[in-house]
Design a protein around this ligand. Structure first.
Ligand code: TXA
Ligand code: MG
Length: 342
């Protein structure tokens, strides 16, 4: 299959430029599109056959449910049973990098929700994503646009690398500004709230709006053998490069830096490090300073570092406050929970 590559300037475009992808989505075909978090691989959430195609293109196990993307926060009520908590969240953070899990109204194809009885809803802020949803006239079910298990894609080039030839269209709307998948919070009917996946909207921000929010065990711990995780995407190994990634932890930050410097001396190692801590070399990749910049670069650095000659990748384990919780969650999975204490 030939993949059409459509460049759209998110700052200035008109609806006509999205006519082809909107028609493809409405007609039951797949389109990869930009969002502020990561690129999504979209299909009409009302068309079960189209949703199945997503699983095929990604090579994803079919028990994993998908997020539906809507063009305005009020549309959630058509598909989910919303309440005051949803309205508070939507006022504070939507459109934006937040997904809310609520009881399902059964309006979308069963392939989307994998029969969980709940549905995950998100309204992205990226103008191209919102226009595409509006013009398609349907909610768009979309996982991240990568091959299953690989790091999520934050540029259209990454999408082409993973899915070129397997899907009819990729929209290039520039690099994703957040660079990590949306925060997922579940609003339970008993009034409790659970963070299922940390992201750009931090736990601290959610607590300010909702009060108590607990953190799912799956966020920082590997699943118990044989257990069914609350958010099935939180598998043991996810976002993973081909070379094994090891996370370095110590009570002494200088010991971590010393370890990474020594590791960088071996050209078969790649090292991800904080700005200015390890001298520049072809196998050293700078993460930024542990803030939003680091989040934005993480997945592309994992892809860059994963060159053929590289046998191991080393990176510091991030702190767990603010955006650090999301970084730690993604890096633990990319490393299949391999932590090296020094
Ligand atoms: O930022 C994002 O959320 C991106 C962009 C494209 O919007 N999408 C994304 O989708 O990351 P995906 O499929 O890679 O991750 C969705 C996660 C999975 O871990 C899935 O298990 C979880 O959401 N999920 C979906 N529906 C759920 C539900 N009803 N209950 C609990 N978890 C759910
Ligand atoms: Mg994903």
């Amino acid at each position: 299959m030939k993949t059409a590559f459509l460049k759209v300037d998110p700052e200035r475009f008109d609806d006509g430029e999205l006519e082809l992808p909107a028609r493809l989505i409405a007609g039951g075909e797949l389109v990869a599109f930009p969002t502020e978090t990561v690129y999504g691989l979209g299909a009409s959430a009302l068309n079960g056959e189209a949703v199945k195609e997503i699983y095929c293109a990604k090579g994803r196990p079919s028990f994993n449910p998908l997020i539906i993307h809507i063009s305005s926060p009020d549309e959630a009520d058509r598909y989910a049973v919303t309440d005051d908590r949803y309205r508070a969240l939507s006022e504070a953070f939507m459109p934006g990098p937040l997904t809310v899990v609520m009881p399902d109204r059964g309006k979308v194809a069963p392939e989307v929700t994998a029969g969980l009885g709940t549905i995950a809803v998100r309204c992205p802020v990226h103008p191209v994503a919102r226009a595409l949803i509006r013009l398609s006239g349907v909610p768009i079910a979309a996982p991240s646009a990568n091959r299953s298990g690989k790091p999520s894609t934050t540029t259209a080039e990454h999408v082409l690398h993973d899915l070129g030839g397997r899907i009819p269209c990729v929209i290039d709307g520039g690099p994703s500004s957040v660079g990590l998948e949306s925060t997922i919070v579940k609003l339970c009917p008993d009034g409790t709230n659970v963070l299922l996946r940390p992201g750009g909207i931090t736990l601290e921000m959610l607590r300010e709006t909702l009060g108590t929010v607990s953190v799912s065990d799956a966020v920082l711990h590997p699943p118990a053998p044989g257990s069914q995780p609350e958010s099935p995407g939180m598998l043991l190994r996810h976002y993973a490069p081909d070379a094994p990634l090891y996370l370095i932890r110590s009570d002494r930050p200088d010991a971590v830096v010393r370890f990474l410097r020594e590791a960088a001396a071996d050209p078969e190692n790649a090292v991800l490090s904080y700005a200015g801590t390890v001298p520049p070399a072809p196998n050293v990749y700078e993460l930024g300073n542990g803030g939003p910049e680091e989040a934005k670069n993480l997945f592309s650095l994992l892809r860059l570092a994963d060159r053929k000659e590289i046998k191991r990748i080393y990176a510091p384990l991030p702190e767990s406050d603010g955006i650090g919780l999301a970084l730690q969650n993604r890096m633990l999975r990319a490393a299949a929970f391999r932590i090296k204490e020094i």
